[in-house]
Design a protein around this ligand. Structure first.
Ligand SMILES: Cc1cc2nc3c(=O)[nH]c(=O)nc-3n(C[C@H](O)[C@H](O)[C@H](O)COP(=O)(O)OP(=O)(O)OC[C@H]3O[C@@H](n4cnc5c(N)ncnc54)[C@H](O)[C@@H]3O)c2cc1C
Length: 494
């Protein structure tokens, strides 16, 4: 058996990024994917002339993709292009206030000064701190395995840990934001960043205040062709580097021989490899592929992230007052998160997010129409009555949109598709349909997330949203990078 053979289970962004990196490192790589398409959650579809991104809609840190193309020695512009977005998000509040959050921190600061009475320089100071936390602490936590002794002996890491102000760990994001902004609207706006990894701002640590740095200091981008162009680019690059994809091929088992990985079972056949990287949700990897119920249960010690209900609507009108990213906030944010995480249901007035890619380029809809991706946070699936919840949520969303946009949206919906937590679990094997694996709803979440390897089985690694450093596209790329660096180091040692 050649240990230069690597198998990747799953073709999510992290799986494909790992496959590309391993091919560049000289491995013969095969990706096994249970679906008949690559990308996992990052997929798209068309209906009645409307094009929709099915999953992620927010794109930051394009450098993660650039880095892969550079490593592979391929010109990225032949595969993938993107442009900066001027308005990061437009926020609508129940009290009638509207905030247009410019991606330019100074303009954004002025907007919060004028509309919310925040003191001059407050936003800039917050974002400067956010940058500091990201560059000194966050980037280290995101770029290394936290479960290797070597990491803790690294001078940069020791310095970074020394710089972690305990307040960031022991204060919640909400408390942190409350100490920085005087208006309830600004606090709500900055609390929202906890949802970027499916968490509750009233529980998650203040450390998550580093996320706005990515949007306002580094920038928000739009991939031309929509988010699906990320999947397309990674897939084409992987093929170019010789990676083989086997679609409609679920892996049934990971072969463990005396603590060493020997390959996988798919199509009831043993397929040999010295390296196996699982991009499948780590809970299901332990439960089904390793038949280790005990380890699977251990993963569940950390709360799952939130899930989502998405209504994809083809709208037969253009709404000038909307941008690419729009948020219609709920009046009682704390009650919304209590419902999501404690009661595991939806509250009466959910926060509604609307993404419209037809604002950015033509050809996504027939003329004069828009493709609305309407999403609300939903609890992870624990067997709720989803048909009823969907029906109630649709009604509430429509009421909210009608009120805020002073319209009657129902007759303008020309076509509709719906995604719920059960479908998310079915399509991508994400336990309970969670979008980001585990949440950050505890002070030490970053340290508790599942490692990218296991000491029990040599040669087996884990990447993707359910393991360190966490969910969301940028972090999935980081997990692939950490895994491939670990493999490189371990190969060198032999
Ligand atoms: C509605 C929605 C909105 C989101 N919004 C954003 C956003 O705006 N920005 C952002 O950054 N992130 C967002 N996310 C999260 C983001 O999509 C994920 O964090 C990321 O795409 C997960 O990638 P992954 O590499 O972990 O793999 P996944 O996308 O989870 O894919 C795993 C793959 O493994 C395959 N698989 C599973 N089991 C097996 C098996 N046994 N054998 C073979 N293959 C298997 C699955 O079919 C799947 O293709 C959103 C997600 C959703 C669903």
């Amino acid at each position: 058996m050649s240990n230069k053979k690597a198998i990747v289970i799953g073709s999510g962004v992290a799986g494909m990024a790992a496959a590309i990196r391993l091919a560049v490192q000289g491995f013969t790589v095969t990706v096994y994917e249970k679906n008949d398409y690559p990308g996992g959650k990052l997929s798209a579809f068309e209906k009645d002339g409307f094009r929709f991104d099915a999953g992620p809609s927010l794109f930051t840190q394009p450098q993660n993709i650039k880095e892969l193309f550079e490593l592979a020695g391929e010109p990225m512009e032949n595969y993938f292009s993107y442009k900066a977005v001027d308005i990061a998000c437009k926020y609508f509040y129940e009290n009638g206030k509207i905030i247009e959050a410019s991606a330019d921190a100074v303009i954004f600061g002025k907007e919060l000064e004028e509309k919310l009475g925040e003191a001059s320089g407050t936003v800039e100071a917050y974002l400067k701190k956010s940058e500091k936390v990201y560059t000194h602490i966050g980037s280290i936590f995101l770029n290394y395995s936290l479960h290797k002794r070597k990491t803790w002996l690294n001078k940069r890491v020791i310095k970074a840990l020394g710089a972690v102000k305990m307040g960031y760990l022991f204060k919640t994001l909400h408390k942190h934001n409350k100490s920085k902004f005087k208006s309830a609207e600004a606090v709500q706006l900055f609390n929202r960043y906890a949802t970027y990894n499916g968490s509750n701002p009233y529980k998650a640590p203040g450390m998550l205040s580093l996320i706005p740095h990515l949007e306002y200091n580094e920038g928000i981008y739009y991939p031309l062709g929509g988010m699906i162009s990320i999947t397309d680019a990674l897939y084409k690059l992987a093929i170019k580097k010789g990676v083989q994809f086997c679609f409609n091929t679920p892996v049934q088992k990971i072969i463990n021989h005396e603590g060493k990985v020997r390959g996988v079972v798919a199509n009831n056949e043993n397929i040999e490899a010295g390296i196996v990287v699982s991009n499948m949700d780590v809970y299901f990897t332990h439960k089904y592929l390793l038949s280790n119920e005990y380890k699977a249960k251990d993963v569940l010690k950390q709360e799952r992230s939130s899930s989502a209900l998405v209504f994809y609507w083809g709208i037969k009108k253009e709404f000038e007052q909307l941008q690419l990213h729009n948020i219609f906030f709920s009046d009682n944010y704390q009650a919304e998160f209590d419902s999501l995480f404690k009661k595991k249901t939806l509250q009466n007035d959910p926060t509604v997010y609307i993404n419209i890619t037809s604002k950015m380029e033509q050809g996504h809809t027939p003329d004069g129409k828009e493709n609305w991706f309407v999403m609300i946070n939903a609890p992870a699936n624990v067997g709720q009555n989803w048909p009823l919840i969907k029906e109630q949520a649709r009604k509430k969303i429509i009421e909210k949109i009608n009120k805020i946009l002073e319209t009657d949206i129902e007759p303008l919906i020309e076509t509709e598709e719906i995604l719920d937590p059960v479908t998310i679990e079915d399509k991508t094997a994400s336990y309970q349909g969670s979008l980001y694996g585990t949440s950050s709803n505890s002070k030490l979440a970053a340290f508790l997330r599942h490692p990218n390897f296991t000491t029990a089985i040599k040669g087996l690694y884990f990447c993707g949203g359910s393991v360190h450093p966490g969910g969301g596209i940028p972090l999935c790329f980081k997990s692939a990078q950490i895994v491939c660096e670990l493999i490189k180091t371990e190969q060198r040692a032999h």
